[in-house]
Design a protein around this ligand. Sequence first.
Ligand SMILES: C[S@@+](CC[C@H](N)C(=O)[O-])C[C@H]1O[C@@H](n2cnc3c(N)ncnc32)[C@H](O)[C@@H]1O
Length: 448
Amino acid sequence: MDKNWAREEAYLILNNIITKDAYSNIEIRKRLNNSNLEKLDKALVTEIVNGTLRNLIYIDWIIKKFSNIKLEKMDSSIKNILRCGIYQIMFLDKIPDSAVCNESVELAKKYSSFGSSKFVNGLLRSVVRSKEKIGYPDKSDLSQFLSVRYSHPKWLVEIWLRDYGVEFAEELMIGNNQVPPFIIRLNRLKTTKEELLQHLKASGITYREGLYNEEAINIRGTSSIENLEIFKKGYFSVQDESSMLVGKIMNPKPGWRIIDVCSAPGGKAAHMAELMNNEGFIVCRDIHEHKLELINKNSNRLGINIIETQLFDAKDIDESYLCKADGVLVDAPCSGLGLLRRKTDIRWKKKPADLHELPKLQYRILENASKYLKKGGVLLYSTCTLNKKENMDIVRNFLASNSDFYLDNIKSLIPQNLYAPNAEEGFLELYPNVHNTDGFFIARIKKR
Ligand SMILES: C[S@@+](CC[C@H](N)C(=O)[O-])C[C@H]1O[C@@H](n2cnc3c(N)ncnc32)[C@H](O)[C@@H]1O
């Protein structure tokens, strides 16, 4: 295994994510799919990039502690070399600290200058010398302490302290720093569970059952899922169990007409089509044309032919669909704060201002979408965020102004082993620290 190469690749990927604003999950997948590195090296690259991003606030706090140059003034390549180095020193046992220092110095010479390599050497060696006593900021400023301790932005810590209290907020942040499980969803239109499991085994992939959904399989042992023949044949999709619960709680029947107003890339629509045994009709809309293409490609791969894609802005109303649908899905654009484990860059790329406009947009989309529903139809509102203003507040406001709608008891629709204290009230909140899923919100609303 060539650790040097792997660590250079990790630095290059991290640099692209931070300086070119690339999405962490997409950048890692793209670079590793095209790389000649071996499987173990690829795993190390992923670990260093995601680990550094997950712990970025803490790592930057350490750099500030040891540097006589202000972080903001530092050359970005040097900053990112230091970040990768400090992650390895503080969090990884498998690489000796001296090797990390030496290789970071070589990277600094290659991607910056000889002078900067001396700075990198000095700083990293100081970190190594004091690593046992670096600690965290003082607890007198609790949100600052938690922000650095768990590498979450201070503004987000403050929202969660307000919404959940200290103990739960802290547990949530610990949950967000865990490596998430890799879950796939069996496609019963194409294969059986037994057959899929045999194929996984034959491809050297280890697996266990999902936690909540019988079509969920938790897998390990592959870094390039798209290259697998069984993926190309449409035997499965990649989807977290939280998202699968959207389909389960919609509980669509064969023959239903469904409108998915914010549908791309179409994971939940495809699941609903599978649950409907590919019988009925699903209109998938989005405002981004290129994303609709992904839905079409995915439907073909999965053998689904009941999905039709349409470019349509959910802020507008389509008179031709009024009172026509058995089910309407509003999987709303949101702040994505439930995905911190998976999309490791979200926590420092997101800004508080990004959250301000969302509730207005979400409310408008929900209100418009509700008009497409038949009497007795199901309106499902979901987000992958953990922010009450984008979740229950939207649903409550909607119900307050639309008396012909009510929250529907979902107890019989969710797995018995799922902790869901609000199921009878018609909604579900999922948390990484409680459910080991992405953070998610789902409400099932019915029209009288
Ligand atoms: C959370 S994602 C949907 C994920 C999808 N349901 C799935 O399971 O794959 C939200 C989607 O809403 C789309 N979107 C954002 N604003 C929209 C609008 N005004 N009208 C329609 N779609 C919108 C985004 O492009 C994005 O694809």
